[in-house]
Design a protein around this ligand. Structure first.
Ligand SMILES: Nc1ncnc2c1ncn2[C@@H]1O[C@H](COP(=O)(O)OP(=O)(O)OP(=O)(O)O)[C@@H](O)[C@H]1O
Ligand SMILES: [Mg+2]
Length: 590
């Protein structure tokens, strides 16, 4: 490797400026990149308090020559580039010569190194800018960096750090990213003496499996595609295996772990018509782009890049995923068809309903198949009423409108039709259940004991750092609602019981969704989202008794006429209206 040199002002002025070290995970990111650039095959990381008190990272890479060690921690000092032109063809992860200097400036830094071929290494200690020790050391080849008391000299910055657990989760995310990109390198993470992650050197396939987890891995489709001088390879999840957040999406450009708008847009587009709007596929995407087609010098933490030809990159990713999904679909199409026939034996071809269409609540799709209700009106949606929200008729009369021996029908597995005195009521089953759940939740938060249904098989759910944080914030709220949850491992929870009113547990997807909601919000917003996600969906077939119970529960709530979002839960159509529509009579009732 070239010697470390101070960049000339001409070059350093061209480096994207800004805050390099924002939190422990940014220091770890920089230090891992340095070790990888040095060819390390083993990187071990030790933390105390989520890296806020102590970070030590040790590698077995090439090491820094003793004579160059003081220069390594100077700003704009690097062995990786020297001229302006080099910036446009960077082949290493680092290039600014800024990382170590930035870490030194905000911590107590110790760096120890022994270069291959040197007998004795060297150790330097700093307290921010001040050198406090300089001594020879005996150690293995490679570099060891210790960062203590991050932001000890910047209390205002220190205040912005989150809990140790929260910082740890961000660190894990960084390590997982680089672990995917460098499967041949072993990674070990210990926190306060406890092993958290241990990834032995492996193939990409094995690494993806260990990082994403075996269950998710089995749903991934490998992909590979080339367009011009750019290639992409990686893994994408099948369209029926999605998550409530983007946490399992990893993008790499020339092995650099990045976030990128163009890439995630292309991924969204590839899945657009296949999955619901609020679901996200798991993606591990490696782009190999000629270095002069991508600018890595656009973001102070190197977290983003800019492509010379964004359109082409977008097309490449879109085609790669579409091709992979297509491959999977064609091999599955016959299976789906034959399964469908076995459920609905009968003459003629069957149309396989697409996800999201009315009628998607098929047996096996997760919706209860209770099926004794009478159905009317299939296939005709052009029926139009001058309907009136029921609330306009006065709350006190609502229940008295029901005729004895009420009759219930379900329309399109979405609406409940009830004959009442002087007309009919149409209830939106989802909105109604939302209102019931919201009401019940508020009562539970007020201290009423929830009815819990124990899960036959407790579910383990792995959460993203943000979801976990949200879970921690909401622990007591969730418990009041009737969720029986225990923390389980570093970022997983074990769910033993759920509120009995919940209809949409969906193997834990429900919790992922309510914890994964974008953005922070108050308790009320949380309850709305909980009610919405847990409520019976449109497309769920209901038995007569279920419709009756839903209606009764709805009228037992404080505000039966609207859902928590303010939309109506029911509409009334009067006989007069029907008569008028059928031109029967100029009704005297009106
Ligand atoms: N773990 C390591 N093993 C070997 N050399 C290292 C290691 N860490 C740092 N160095 C040397 O120290 C120099 C300075 O490191 P530093 O991370 O500050 O800058 P950089 O990697 O060149 O650029 P960047 O600021 O983009 O990370 C590197 O260029 C490299 O020569
Ligand atoms: Mg670096």
């Amino acid at each position: 490797m070239a010697p470390i040199q101070k960049l000339t002002p001409e070059v350093s002025a061209k480096i994207a400026a800004g805050e390099v070290i924002e939190r422990p995970s940014s220091a770890i990111k920089e230090l891992i990149e340095n070790s990888l650039d040095a060819g390390a095959t083993r990187i071990s990381i030790e933390l105390v308090e989520g890296g806020k008190a102590f970070i030590r990272i040790e590698d077995n890479g090439g090491g820094i020559p003793s004579t160059e060690l003081p220069l390594a921690v100077e700003s704009f000092s690097t062995s990786k580039i020297s001229r302006v032109e080099d910036i446009s063809r960077v082949g290493t992860l680092g290039f600014r010569g800024e990382a170590l200097a930035s870490i030194r400036a905000v911590s107590m830094l110790t760096i120890r190194s022994r270069r291959a071929g040197e007998e004795i290494g060297r150790e330097l200690r700093f307290r921010a800018e001040a050198l406090t020790a300089d001594a020879p050391v005996v150690r293995n080849q490679g570099v060891e960096v210790t960062v203590e008391n991050l932001f000890f000299n910047l209390p205002a910055r220190k205040k912005f750090l989150r809990s140790p657990q929260s910082e740890l989760r961000r660190i894990i995310a960084v390590i997982q990213g680089y672990a995917l990109s460098f499967p041949e390198t072993g990674f070990l993470l210990r926190e306060s003496g406890r092993d958290i992650l241990s990834y032995p050197p492996s193939s990409l396939r094995e690494r993806v499996e260990i990082v994403l987890g075996g269950e998710l891995f089995t749903s991934l489709i490998p992909l590979a595609y080339t367009l011009g001088r750019t290639t992409v390879h990686g893994y994408a999840s099948q369209s029926d295996q999605t998550r409530a957040n983007r946490y399992m999406q990893f993008y790499f450009v020339n092995r650099r772990y990045i976030k990128d708008r163009v890439l995630s847009h292309a991924v969204n587009q590839a899945y657009e018509s296949l999955i619901p709007r609020d679901r996200f596929p798991a993606i591990v995407l490696f782009l190999d782009v000629p270095p002069d087609d991508v600018d890595v010098n656009v973001h102070p933490t190197k977290a983003e890049v800019r492509f010379r030809n964004e359109g082409e990159i977008h097309r490449l990713v879109l085609s790669a995923i579409a091709e992979a999904l297509q491959r999977k679909v064609s091999s599955f199409a016959e299976t789906v068809e034959s399964v469908y026939r076995s459920i609905f034996p009968g003459p003629g071809a069957v149309a396989v309903p697409r996800r999201g269409e009315a009628g998607a609540g098929l047996p096996g799709s997760g919706a209860p198949w209770t099926g004794s209700a009478q159905e009317i009106g299939e296939g005709d949606r052009t029926f139009e009423f001058h309907e009136t929200p029921l609330s306009l008729f006065g709350e006190e009369t609502a229940k008295s409108l029901f005729t004895p021996g009420k009759l219930y029908w379900q329309l399109h597995q979405s609406f409940i039709l009830i004959q009442i005195r002087g007309g009919m009521v149409i209830i939106d089953q989802h909105a109604a259940h939302e209102r019931i759940l919201f009401d019940r939740a508020r009562v539970n938060l007020g201290g009423a004991k929830p009815v819990v249904q124990s899960l036959l098989f407790p579910a383990t759910i792995e959460l993203s750092p943000d979801e976990y944080e949200r879970y921690e914030e909401l622990t007591s709220v969730l418990a009041s609602l009737g969720f029986e949850i225990e923390p389980f491992g570093i970022r997983s929870i074990l769910v033993r019981g759920i509120p009995a009113v919940v209809q949409n547990w969906d193997d834990g997807r429900l919790l992922e969704e309510i914890l994964g909601g974008e953005g922070r919000s108050g308790i009320d917003e949380f309850l709305k989202s909980y009610a919405c996600r847990s409520a019976i969906k449109a497309g769920t077939k209901l038995a007569s008794e279920e419709m009756e119970s839903l209606t009764d529960q709805l009228f037992a709530t404080d505000l039966p006429y609207t859902c928590p979002h303010g939309r109506p839960t029911m509409l009334r159509v009067s006989l007069g209206e029907l008569e008028r529509r059928f031109a029967r009579t100029v009704s005297a009732k009106r």
